[in-house]
Design a protein around this ligand. Structure first.
Ligand code: 3Y8
Ligand code: NAP
Length: 250
């Protein structure tokens, strides 16, 4: 009998939770609690951290979790690293449902930077009009470059004024389209886009829009994550579930 822990917060996590519920599997979808209204799930959900590796390992044992599916965002490196360590400690099979990184197409004007700090360093230049769609959590990192205008797209309205003197906040959680993002960039006269290499489709609209408009993109490469079983489709996770638990006799 399966009892899954799905580390969620992405389109792919919701898709897998739907497939698991449809297959009659038991499980819980877990969110960090980053946004006010996480998307409704077809399975029970929990919100909030586990308390590091120790807390997650305890959770796995006390809740008799048989499998962990890490469907978090590719930049959730802390969560994913904790899952690798905790599953090893608790002897629970782990698979990551992740998405391939985007690769530049003809017409893309990408500059790769290794992380947020790399993006901030590259912005040490004369004033630009920047679309910054990296979420609320990282806005303070960009404070060293107040000379730019920033178009900030956030899931929830910021509780405090962002530490960027010249900005416009757009509260929107998507889904986004290249057409809408093109119009948005033109209305705000954007000349540079900053993006995480999220992969998948949910965050791609601004990348396609930038290409259409011939705009440069600062592409933040994803962090390295400890080795684990990785798949990119819901079907592969379902197949993994049929085989992964066998060695635990569950
Ligand atoms: C809390 C849980 C669904 C899932 C929707 C996807 C699509 C829309 C695109 C832009 C880029 C960004 C951001 C983004 C997208 C989907 C997906 C996706 C990017 C929710 C969600 C949670 C979060 C957290 C949030 C972060 C933020 C990142 C905004 C749910 C809506 C920028 C990532 O404080 C904050 O503002 C939180 C910001 C963490 C920043 C970051 O670190 O990258 N996601 N987003 C999860 C939790 O609590 O555990 O409601 O579903 C999920 C979605 N966000 O099924 O509809 O591809 O998954 N989310 C990025 O890729 O760059 C926006 O605006 O163009
Ligand atoms: P992170 O930096 O890797 O995680 C920091 C801490 O937050 C973790 O150690 C854990 O706390 C807690 N946490 C993270 N994800 C959690 C989850 N799903 N359930 C319970 N606790 C969680 O993570 P992050 O980059 O802040 O991302 C947080 C969440 O937002 C993740 O669920 C991620 O999938 C989602 N997100 C979605 C998108 C998107 O585009 N869809 C983009 C970014 C983030 P403890 O150590 O106390 O357990």
């Amino acid at each position: 009998m399966h009892n899954l822990l799905i580390l969620g917060g992405t389109t792919e996590a919701t898709a897998f939770a739907n497939a698991a519920a449809a297959a009659g599997l038991r499980g819980t979808v877990s969110f960090a609690g980053r946004v006010e209204r996480p998307k409704r799930q077809p399975l029970p959900q929990r919100i909030g951290g586990f308390g590091g590796v120790r807390g997650l390992a305890d959770y796995l044992v006390t809740h008799n979790i048989t499998h962990v599916v890490d469907a978090t965002h590719p930049f959730a490196a802390q969560m994913s690293g904790n899952a690798v360590a905790a599953c090893a400690q608790a002897g629970v099979p782990l698979a990551a449902l992740t998405r391939a990184a985007w690769t530049a197409q003809a017409g893309d004007r990408w500059t790769h930077v290794p992380d947020i700090a790399g993006a901030v360093a590259t912005l040490d230049q004369p004033a630009r009009r920047v679309m910054l769609a990296v979420g609320r959590m990282h806005l303070a990192d960009f404070a060293p470059n107040p000379q730019h205008f920033y178009l900030l797209r956030l899931v929830d309205a910021p509780k405090a004024l962002p530490p960027l003197p010249d900005h416009h906040v757009l509260v929107s959680r998507g889904p986004f389209t290249a057409e809408d993002d093109r119009a948005l960039m033109q209305v705000h006269d954007i000349d540079l886009v900053v993006s995480k290499n999220a992969g998948g489709t949910g965050a791609y609209a601004k990348i396609a829009a930038a290409r259409d408009l011939g705009l440069p993109v600062l592409m933040i490469d994803r962090p390295a994550i400890a080795a684990r079983t990785e798949v990119t489709t819901v079907a592969e996770v379902m197949a993994w579930l049929d085989h992964a638990g066998a060695d635990r006799g569950v």
